[in-house]
Ligand binder design. Sequence first.
Ligand SMILES: [Ca+2]
Ligand SMILES: [Ca+2]
Length: 170
Amino acid sequence: RLQSVYIKHTFISFQDRELRPEELEELSSAFALYARKGLIKCVNLGDCMRTMGYMPTEMELIELSQQINMNLGGRVDFEDFVELMGPKMLQETADMIGVKELRDAFKEFDSNGDGMISVPELREAMKKLLGQQVAHKELEDILKDIDLNGDGRVDFEEVYSSVIEVYSVQ
Ligand SMILES: [Ca+2]
Ligand SMILES: [Ca+2]
């Protein structure tokens, strides 16, 4: 049971994604609220973050303003803002995965592209992507757990159903 949670997590952790257009838009409108002439003063950054639903601690704000003061001359332009906030947004949605990301992850596993993941493919993927050797028996158990119709192989639908058990898929 534990192993299959692990493999599901593996599928998900593959997404090394960039900000989505709607996330950039959110950043841009929050930025616009506080920016004067295309720059936000460091003292207003906390308020700006709160508009976006973040609750930065005093410590975080101090760290951010030190970063800003040192690197960005005490003001933040939009590019800097994206650099500061982007990772926070990605982190927040790390447990939420889109179907597209899941499909991309599936393709990484399905190396011969037949739409199914077999035991050897799973073994290769674990080795290549995680640097881990997993025992054959263990791999079989993992696949068996995801293989809902019991045909010995795992297709995308099965991965999808297994993953939504554990994570919220958008
Ligand atoms: Ca395959
Ligand atoms: Ca199956």
